[in-house]
Design a protein around this ligand. Structure first.
Ligand code: NAD
Length: 445
């Protein structure tokens, strides 16, 4: 029997790592599930539902009893040091923050980080970045639509014809595809750009016009199916090509990201000011540095339109999946459960590095920081349990999360944007965009 736990995440995070439906399945499989009181309240899963599902709902989780801790936001060092050596954590671990990774290694924790999950077909059912991006892309369009002074669909009425809104989407990953699909469902005309060569076909397949920019495939293609950061010259060519499309748009939605890097700036203040009065810009990358000059995470910023008066609104979304916490948590918990199944065998926990998914997402194990260059992979200081601060002794049950850090929502340190990202999964675990399952390619993408 494995003891798995889910803490109450620190505000302003609204999501939770386990939902009652998944708890029930785990309990049926013979596991013990601990849930901190109020863990699901902000995502509309009451304590009573967890209790009905078979969880022990406790005022504070005794981390020393926990074999597997499922979490949404990166764990603070204080909580990490209260885990028993060898415990497994599954969540957004903040692997780009060296201090966080060092704390996990020092505590002898086996930390599995969704940010490092391989992008393979088999891993799709565990892909938190995708599942949360799905929610984020959908939400971005709704945020724009509600602020826009215009209809999205064309309306032909006795009082005249209203033309459809023009929406530009930049970044055609999971969030961008979902944004295109959502804007199309609302009746807008959508055009889109990305620097990955495959993105043109992907955009067209969900109904967008692809905006061609003079950037070579080699300039925009990185490893593992991700984009690479463009050089200054290519970035300038891209901005020049995008400028007229943005100036003509009623809505601009940006979702561009390069893992581990500051978000690329795709729209300058001048390009935004060239939009017409009433135009709305939604920057999903605001927490990771912003795709749009002047965007602020969690705020609406009004800037003057250069077209003779009026304003353009720049919406900096801080944690878009957290604005849809019921379904974002449902998907997140399913992703956690699929990783959990990977590391549990009849005999108990079995973290097997022969499995490429386990290998890829485990960032610390037995005191080793597995992200460090091989030469530096010596075990961290000897057995952290003995060195744990006195107030963190195993007997001391305490909230897993301390006060949130002042960084991005959920304590995820920039430069990587709040790993907001989503996916809809069907039984096969494929990414679903607009009711259509995209084929995952074999191997890393
Ligand atoms: P992401 O969140 O890292 O980035 C969002 C998008 O921004 C990407 O499409 C990227 O190409 C784009 N981008 C980066 N710099 C840009 C720039 N300067 N201008 C315009 N666009 C820019 O991406 P993601 O949603 O995680 O998806 C990345 C890739 O991984 C995609 O090819 C996606 O289809 C693939 N993917 C594969 C799987 C899988 O097979 N399991 C799962 C999810 C995504």
């Amino acid at each position: 029997m494995i003891t798995i736990a889910a803490p109450r995440e620190p505000a302003p995070e609204t999501r939770v790592a386990l939902v009652p439906e998944i708890v029930q399945q785990m309990v049926r499989q013979g596991h013990r599930v601990l849930v901190e009181e109020g863990a699901g309240t902000a995502s509309a899963y009451p304590d009573s539902d967890y209790a009905t599902a078979g969880a022990e709902v406790v005022p504070a989780i005794d981390l020393a009893q926990v074999d597997v801790l499922a979490h949404v936001t990166p764990l603070p060092a204080g909580a990490v040091h209260r885990l028993k050596p060898g415990a497994v954590t599954i969540g957004l671990a903040g692997p780009y923050d060296e201090a966080r990774v060092a704390a996990l290694a020092e505590a002898n924790v086996t930390a599995m980080s969704f940010e490092k999950l391989p992008r393979t077909s088999r891993a799709q059912s565990m892909d938190v970045l995708s599942s949360q991006a799905l929610a984020a892309g959908y939400r971005a369009v709704l945020e724009a639509a509600i602020r826009s002074p215009r209809f999205f669909p064309m309306a032909m009425t006795a009082a005249g014809t209203v033309p459809p809104a023009k929406v530009v989407v930049l970044g055609i990953g999971v969030a961008g595809l979902q944004a295109i699909a959502t804007a199309r469902r609302l009746g807008a005309l959508v055009s889109a750009n990305d620097i990955r060569p495959d993105s043109a076909e992907e955009a067209r397949s969900v109904g967008a016009t692809f905006i061609e920019v003079p950037v070579d495939a080699s300039e925009g293609t990185g490893t593992g199916g991700y984009a690479r950061a463009l050089g200054d010259d290519a970035a300038m060519r891209q901005r020049e090509a995008l400028a007229p499309w943005i100036a003509d748009a009623d809505v601009l939605i940006t979702t561009a990201a390069v893992p581990g890097r500051r978000a690329p700036q795709l729209a300058t203040a001048e390009m935004v000011a060239a939009m017409r009065p009433g135009a709305v810009v939604v920057d999903l990358a605001a927490a990771g540095g912003g795709n749009v000059e002047g965007s602020v995470a969690g705020e609406d910023v009004k800037v003057p339109s250069a077209r003779g008066g009026g304003e353009v609104t720049i919406v900096g979304l801080a944690n878009a999946p957290g604005d849809l916490p019921t379904d974002a948590s449902r998907l997140f918990a399913k992703n956690v459960d699929n990783v959990f199944k990977l590391i549990v065998s009849e005999g108990g926990l079995n973290v097997d590095f022969a499995d490429d998914i386990v290998e890829g997402m485990t960032i610390t194990h037995e005191g080793i920081n597995r992200l460090a260059p091989p030469a530096e992979q010596a075990p961290a200081q000897e057995a952290s349990a003995a060195e744990a601060p006195a107030e963190n002794t195993p007997a001391g049950a305490a909230p897993a999360h301390e006060a949130p850090s002042a960084q991005a929502p959920g304590g995820q340190a920039p430069p990587y944007p709040t790993p907001a990202q989503g996916e809809g999964m069907d039984g096969a675990g494929g990414v679903v965009v607009d009711g259509m399952q995209t084929e995952g390619e074999e191997g890393a993408r």
